[in-house]
Design a protein around this ligand. Structure first.
Ligand SMILES: Cc1cc2nc3c(=O)[nH]c(=O)nc-3n(C[C@H](O)[C@H](O)[C@H](O)COP(=O)(O)OP(=O)(O)OC[C@H]3O[C@@H](n4cnc5c(N)ncnc54)[C@H](O)[C@@H]3O)c2cc1C
Length: 627
């Protein structure tokens, strides 16, 4: 390995007016700690044109040195020029580690720089530290849809690089600068520029939402009930001089633009005050608000998980609570109550969609208590041992078919690109038994790919589908509503997918996914929409025994075949986020005991075995079936 200094660099991005973007200054805070632990200097790197203000700010926030590249060629951010400048500087000064803000520009420049330097990059971190044993940076970032926090190290290559989300760290107070300012001249040559900036358009549709530097955020979730429901949220935000945030559920419903989304796939925020209105507090949302100083939550459900992260908990209807808060705040501030943009009432329920003809029930539904669905995960496209994975898939599949089980084959969950069921069936020349294969189908396929897959499934005698609203990555293609003949619908959900397939491919028998841990009324309304669209059976999320929501499904839909998912991994704690409460890692768990309890409580239902161990657990299921 080449020789590197012990210095830690923070790239301080600049605004158009030459000031520093908040995240760069925020990163000088953990940067100081890491640099001290590394035993080197904390160096801020500022690139741009007329950037004295940013240089001054960096110098006043603990940097030992500020390396400045100030040149008209850097007036506009261009990935080519900025990446080249950073690479040149890093090659010259050899820092041990580099922190970059995970802003749109930071996310664009950081991978290019790391790639050219042939080193690793951990993107989108929420914490950084130094490993006391080996001195490497420990980069912490959410993974598996926010359900786990991964700690990553880069032991072999230098510099160690990572992007860190804005709002995760707080700026320290400014102090007198003792920083050494080093000016570097790196003029931009025309050969460096492959992209020409013709015009800078600052805002699209007038929507500028600076959640990351907001000191006060009032956010609305699905509990606001519709676009109008954001009226009182906006009113309170205005009275407080704050910014409006939203949960993904509200954004996905088309009630407010994505620019307002807070959370794992939205913005990470660190305001002094965060007021969550009608937000349940799922991990993917709360991951984005961990840096808030004070959290106030307003929710009708006293058991809403948001209350476990809130400093002040208001159990109540946001439509009653918010107007009172707004009025009181205006009284204290001596200002008039801002006008309510809308009626403030919940939106009327969407017009009932036409009902679809129900399909014939699947074969297994006639005898569901003897039906086992066994989850199968198709090989990942990037697998290094693909031939082996395919062989093992084939072995399991054929054994399941021989013993009369249903293979429930998952789709690309969490943007983890895996082969589609039909591709594997074709490639391995598999022979699905009647109603013995069920394909999970997400909403993030290309339309042509979807049609191809459906046709191929029918050709191979597969007619069972479980339609799921795709929640992979924002970067993945998502079927557009108009592609599924659902014009006017803000986003494509499993409902539109079910309706489309029932209309064009009536041979399929489609299942609805049901989550007994979602807010009850909301989940039941969704189930009704899925059934009206043509869903003919239900598969739940894992249940651990008797469950009130399942009881209600059975009461309300006595003829509906139900498959209850049972968690067969001993790692019960992985279910914490699904269940909405923390399960300690060392909790003992006997999957077969749970399976027995679920079967005793619901003898009329089938079972979906999630993460069943093929070598150890599957033989027991085979044996049980044989008796
Ligand atoms: C990969 C992935 C990434 C994700 N990224 C994000 C993300 O970045 N941000 C995000 O927010 N989510 C994200 N999610 C989704 C997340 O899991 C939740 O589905 C989402 O946060 C739920 O939004 P919500 O709390 O508004 O809705 P719900 O969970 O439906 O909660 C609504 C709440 O409103 C309450 N309520 C109802 N009526 C009222 C009323 N009148 N007054 C007061 N309270 C009321 C209910 O009790 C309930 O608690 C992600 C999911 C995945 C899988």
């Amino acid at each position: 390995m080449e020789t590197y200094t012990k210095d830690l660099w923070v790239y301080v991005e600049t605004n158009e007016d030459g000031t520093a973007r908040n995240v760069g200054i925020e990163l000088l805070n953990p940067g100081r700690l890491l640099a001290d632990k590394q035993g080197g200097k904390l160096v801020a790197v500022v690139i741009g044109h007329n950037i004295d203000a940013a240089v001054k700010e960096a110098a006043e926030h603990d940097a030992d040195q500020v390396i400045v590249v100030d040149d008209p060629g850097y007036k506009n951010f261009l990935t080519d020029t900025y990446a080249k400048a950073l690479v040149t500087l890093i090659e010259k000064y050899k820092p041990l580690s580099v922190l970059i803000g995970a802003t749109p520009n930071g996310r664009e420049v950081a991978p290019r720089v790391s790639c050219r330097l042939q080193t690793g990059l951990t993107a989108d971190c929420t914490a950084v530290d130094i490993d006391d044993e080996n001195g490497n940076v420990i980069w912490t970032r959410p993974t598996f849809g926010g359900n786990l926090m991964a700690q990553i190290q880069c032991p072999d290559n230098r510099p160690q690089m990572g992007t860190v989300r804005p709002g995760v760290f707080k700026k320290t107070a400014a102090s007198d600068s003792h920083a050494e300012i080093i000016k570097e001249s790196l003029p931009v040559s025309n050969d460096d520029i492959r992209v020409k900036v013709l015009e800078v358009i600052k805002e699209i549709g007038g929507e500028k939402v600076d959640l990351e530097s907001a000191e006060i955020i009032v956010a609305g979730g699905r509990g606001v009930g519709g676009p109008d429901g954001f009226g009182p949220v906006k009113q309170l935000a205005e009275a407080l001089g704050g910014v409006v945030g939203a949960s993904r559920a509200a954004v996905d419903s088309g009630w407010i633009p994505h620019a307002h989304q807070v959370g794992q796939t939205g913005k990470t925020v660190g305001p002094k005050l965060y007021i969550a209105c009608g937000i349940s507090g799922q991990i993917q949302h709360t991951a984005g608000i961990a840096g808030s100083e004070v959290v106030v939550a307003i929710n009708t459900d006293p058991n809403a998980p948001i209350f476990s992260v809130a400093d002040y908990c208001v159990v109540g209807d946001l439509f009653e609570v918010l107007p009172v808060m707004t009025e009181e705040i205006c009284k204290i501030k001596g200002i008039p109550v801002p006008p309510l943009e809308t009626s403030g009432k919940k939106a009327a329920a969407p017009a009932e969609a036409p009902k679809s003809e129900p399909s014939a029930p699947p074969v297994w539904a006639k005898d569901p208590n003897h039906s086992y669905h066994i989850e199968m995960i198709p090989p990942k496209q990037a697998s290094k041992k693909l031939a082996e994975d395919l062989e093992s898939f084939k072995e399991k599949f054929e054994r399941f078919m021989d013993h009369g089980f249903t293979a429930s084959i998952t789709d690309n969950a969490m943007a983890n690109l895996a082969f589609q069921t039909t591709e594997v069936v074709e490639a391995l020349n598999l022979k699905p038994g009647p109603d013995q294969v069920l394909i999970h189908l997400n909403t993030f396929h290309e339309k042509a790919e979807l049609d191809h897959m459906l046709k191929s499934a029918l050709e191979h005698g597969i007619r069972n589908l479980l339609c799921i609203t795709g929640d992979g990555s924002d970067k993945m293609h998502k079927l557009l509503p108009e592609e599924l003949e659902a014009e006017g619908c803000p986003v494509t959900t499993s409902v539109e997918l079910i309706r489309y397939i029932r209309k064009h491919y009536p041979e399929f028998i489609i299942g609805a996914a049901f989550n007994p841990y979602e807010p009850e009324e909301h989940e039941f309304a969704k189930l009704k929409r899925k059934i009206d669209a043509g869903a003919a059976y239900v598969i739940t999320q894992p249940i651990l025994g008797k469950n009130d929501m399942v009881d209600r499904v059975i009461r309300e839909y006595p003829d509906l075949p139900i498959i209850l998912e049972v968690w067969m991994s001993k790692k019960l704690f992985l279910l914490s986020d699904v269940l909405g409460y923390e399960i300690p890692e060392d909790t003992p768990y006997d999957p077969f005991e749970t399976l027995k309890e679920v079967q005793e409580a619901y003898p009329q239902c089938g079972n979906y075995l999630a993460l069943l161990g093929y070598k150890t657990q599957y033989p027991k299921i085979e044996e049980e079936r044989a008796h």
